[in-house]
Ligand binder design. Structure first.
Ligand code: ATP
Ligand code: MG
Length: 260
C-alpha cells in the first residue's frame, strides 16, 4: 500500500492548508519541538477514525480545530484527507486513488467522506480492515508503543498478530453476524409473543363463532316451529269455519222452511 498525500487544514496547529506528499521509500519529518510533528501523526489517526480524544492529546473535540494564535484568528473547521494509491486495488473500491476525508465543525458535528462521497465511521473501518492500516493496528506506532509491544502480554500481542495475518476482518464480520443473530432472535421472540396473542384472540373468536352458529340454528328451529304451529292453527280455524258455515247453512234452511 502506498500513501500518497496527507492534506491538513484547520487541524490543530495547521491553520493554512498543507499538503504533505509521500514519495516511495521512507519519509522523515523533522522540526523543532512544538512545530507540529506529532500533530501530523494525530491527523492521520483522526482521519482513520480515531474516537478517543485522549489518543489525540485533547479533552474536547473542538481542541482539534485551530484555536488561533497571536497573529491569526481561530478557524471554524478542521479537515484532514488522506490519499492512497489504489492502482493495485488494495482497497475494495474501483478507483486508482482512495481519498478518505474527515471534517469537524465547531458545533461538534462532523462527517466522513470516501472519494468525496458521504460515509459512516463503520465504512471507514471496513475499508481499512486487513490492509494493516487502522487506528488500533501496528501500522501507526506512537512514542513508547514499540516498548509496549515488546513487553505486552501474549493476549494483547495477539491483537497485532491477528491484524497482521488478516484475521481481524473475519472477527469484525463475526461480531457483526452475532449482533444480527441477536437482533433476529429478539425479533423472533416478538413474533412469538404476537403469535401467542393472536392465538388467544383466535380461540375467543372461535368460541364466539360457535355461539353464533348455535344461535342461527336455534333461530331456524324457532322459525320452523312457528310455521308449523301457524299452519296447524290455520287448519283448525279452517275446520271450525267450515263447521260454522255448515251450521249457518242449516239454520238458514230452517229459517226458510219456517217462513213457508
Ligand atoms: P515535539 O518535538 O516536542 O514532540 P511536535 O513537533 O510533536 O513537538 P506537536 O506536539 O505536534 O509538536 O505540536 C504542538 C503544537 O501544536 C503546540 O504549539 C500547540 O500549541 C499546537 N496546537 C495544538 N492544538 C492546537 C490548536 N487547536 N490550535 C492551535 N495550535 C494547536
Ligand atoms: Mg511530538
Amino acid at each position: 500500500m502506498y500513501l500518497k498525500y496527507l492534506d491538513i487544514h484547520g487541524f490543530k496547529s495547521f491553520a493554512d492548508p498543507v499538503r504533505i506528499e509521500f514519495k516511495e521509500g521512507i519519509t522523515v519529518i523533522v522540526g523543532p519541538n512544538g512545530c507540529g510533528k506529532t500533530n501530523i501523526v494525530e491527523a492521520i489517526l483522526w482521519v482513520l477514525g480515531e474516537k478517543a480524544l485522549s489518543n489525540l492529546r485533547s479533552s474536547s473535540s473542538t481542541d482539534l480545530i485551530f484555536s488561533g494564535s497571536k497573529t491569526r484568528s481561530p478557524l471554524g473547521m478542521a479537515e484532514v484527507s488522506i490519499t492512497f494509491d489504489n492502482t493495485k486495488r488494495i482497497f475494495d473500491i474501483d478507483a486508482d486513488e482512495v481519498k478518505v476525508t474527515r471534517k469537524l465543525f465547531r458545533d461538534g458535528s462532523g462527517e466522513f467522506l470516501i472519494n468525496g462521497e458521504n460515509a459512516r465511521l463503520k465504512d471507514i473501518k471496513r475499508l481499512f480492515l486487513d490492509t494493516g492500516l487502522g487506528v488500533s493496528t501496528y501500522s501507526i506506532l506512537k512514542q513508547g508503543v514499540v516498548e509496549k509491544i515488546i513487553h505486552s502480554k501474549p493476549e494483547d500481542l495477539r491483537v497485532f498478530v491477528d491484524e497482521a495475518i488478516g484475521v481481524s476482518k473475519y472477527q469484525f464480520q463475526k461480531k457483526e453476524a452475532e449482533r444480527n443473530i441477536e437482533k433476529s432472535l429478539e425479533d423472533l421472540n416478538r413474533v412469538e409473543d404476537i403469535l401467542h396473542e393472536v392465538k388467544k384472540q383466535l380461540s375467543s373468536m372461535e368460541y364466539q363463532a360457535r355461539k353464533a352458529k348455535k344461535y342461527n340454528e336455534l333461530v331456524d328451529k324457532y322459525k320452523n316451529l312457528k310455521i308449523n304451529f301457524l299452519l296447524r292453527k290455520y287448519d283448525e280455524l279452517n275446520k271450525k269455519l267450515k263447521e260454522k258455515n255448515k251450521e249457518w247453512k242449516k239454520s238458514e234452511e230452517e229459517w226458510v222452511s219456517l217462513k213457508e
